[in-house]
Design a protein around this ligand. Structure first.
Ligand code: GLN
Length: 489
């Protein structure tokens, strides 16, 4: 059996495994054989579970042979971002602070995946505590973009994106607080989806900014991202923001465009206020023309508050970071300094010795905006402007069903180079407003790198969002069956 097996759509691979046409054990063997070759170049994983995965696969095969019912994702390998808890396994959030932290329980999404029969092949790299857009703030390693290993994969879920894009796993989980699933998906030429706020439980996920955080899915194609979402979405009494939706099948009707008959796509006029990479601009305009020809009407929408997105996001996200990261005090769990001379000094040194620069910077800024003298002028004001932005977006949806934009305004840079702040504003707006968004690959640019586009829907329009993404996938010139090639000699 060769690597091609890893390129079959998950939906089909599952049928082959469940009918015993292919053994899960063989899939996992091929998967690790390929990972061994590619991983030294890409460095997507912080930890790999070779032996455990093989044992799990054997169990799956025996179970199926004995006629037991096949789970929804039986025997399929998956990568999990290292900020989601799997009971008994370490979860580092790519921080030295949690280097030896062992998860005491399963996150809800992990429970659901275990019930579905997936195989957890490893933990994917990320920016420390998901703070960053390049995966360079990881305390452990830098992950490369599989299409060009001198460039960043994006972040903060860069490990998951790179693992899927390079073909090491067919799908993966990430978390998205300010674009961290959809931005790396765009940079790596795959599909990245963030649900409506409250659609997927965050119980057992390491919090970054709680009023934005959501778990999201990565896959090579829209259908597989929808399939994974069907398994992990739905109510959970342990996450208070999780809405009591019935479990929905996001795949069932995905190829039936009837409900999208009178599709109206809104393009924010604000896109052109920014410096957009010339090729991204060109391919985005081509995509708009294709939509006009094949999918529906395109209208211009006006959301002037987009210009506040970077400031708003920074103030609110850092304020929430300073509160969430306060639990990392060196006393309850995680890294504890041995250099403290009294209790306060021990708190200080535990944090100072184990947290990275980006994390410290955000704690300081968040604490600053929450200080009594700044609270009204900064934090409270930001919350008011957030409401203004949400109202303008709601108004825009009176004219259209989805808001369409490039996923990012720039291409992935080389390691050490900085992206401009406004690069991800069309993604971050979805977090600020609690809306679902999906990145779909669009074209290849002249530097041999992919670029993606982004659809944002109204709250809980996720079923329709997958449909429009699937329609776009069909008319896009991007070949989803193409994978980056590596010099494996
Ligand atoms: N780039 C954003 C940040 O650094 C993304 C964070 C995220 O979505 N986890 O805050």
């Amino acid at each position: 059996m060769n690597n091609e097996i890893l390129k079959i759509k998950v939906k089909e691979l599952k049928i082959k495994i469940c009918s015993c046409e292919i053994k899960s054990e063989d899939v996992i063997k091929v998967c690790f054989g390929y990972i061994k070759k590619v991983e030294p170049k890409v460095k997507a994983f912080l930890k790999l579970n070779d032996d455990q995965s093989l044992k799990q696969a054997e169990k799956v095969d025996n179970k199926l042979k004995s006629g037991t019912k096949c789970g929804l994702l039986e025997g399929i390998p998956i990568g999990i971002k290292d900020n989601i808890m799997i009971k008994g396994e370490t979860m580092t959030s790519a921080s030295k602070y949690l280097e030896n932290y062992v998860s005491p329980y399963d996150a809800t999404v992990i429970e659901k995946l275990k019930d579905a029969g997936v195989i957890f092949v490893g933990r994917t790299n990320m920016d420390e505590f998901a703070m960053g857009g390049s995966t360079e703030t990881s305390a452990y390693q830098k992950t490369a973009n599989p299409w060009n290993i001198e460039r960043i994969p994006g972040g903060s879920s860069g490990g998951s994106a790179a693992a899927v894009a390079s073909g090491m796993v067919p799908f993966a989980l990430g978390s998205d607080t300010g674009g961290s699933v959809r931005q790396p998906a765009g940079f790596c030429g795959i599909v990245g989806y963030k649900p409506s706020y409250g659609l997927i439980s965050r119980y057992g996920t390491c919090a970054l900014a709680s009023s934005f955080d959501q778990i999201g899915t990565f896959a090579k194609n829209v259908t597989d991202a929808a399939l994974l979402t069907s398994v992990i979405a739905g109510k959970d009494y342990r996450d208070p923001i999780c809405e009591p939706n019935e479990c929905i099948d996001y795949v069932n009707d995905i190829d039936n465009p009837n409900s999208l008959k009178t599709l109206k796509i809104g393009v924010p006029k604000q896109i052109f206020d920014y410096k957009v990479d010339s090729e991204i601009s060109k391919y985005f305009n081509d995509a708009v023309n294709k939509i006009k020809l094949a999918l529906g009407e395109v209208v211009e929408v006006d959301i002037p508050a987009y210009k506040y997105v970077p400031a708003l996001y920074n103030v609110i996200m850092c304020a929430e970071v300073s509160a969430n990261i306060a639990t990392f005090d060196g006393i309850r769990y995680g890294y504890r300094s041995t250099n403290g001379i009294n209790l306060n000094d021990e708190y200080t040194k535990s944090r100072a010795e184990s947290l990275g620069y980006e994390v410290k910077k955000r704690i300081l800024f968040g604490t600053h905006v929450l200080e009594a003298k700044n609270y009204h002028r900064c934090y409270h004001q930001a919350q008011k402007v957030r409401t203004l932005l949400i109202n303008q977006i709601i108004d825009a949806y009176k004219k259209c069903d989805f808001i369409f934009s490039p996923a990012t305004l720039q291409m992935p840079v080389k390691f050490g180079e900085m992206l401009p702040q406004e690069c991800d504003i069309f993604l971050i707006a979805a977090n600020l407003a609690g809306l679902p968004g999906i990145t779909v690959p669009c074209s290849f640019t002249s530097i041999g790198m992919p670029m993606g586009v982004h659809f944002m829907g109204t709250r809980f329009s996720d079923v329709k969002l997958f449909k429009v993404a699937r329609l776009f996938e069909k008319i896009s010139e991007f070949d989803i069956n193409k994978y980056p090639t590596f010099d494996l000699t």
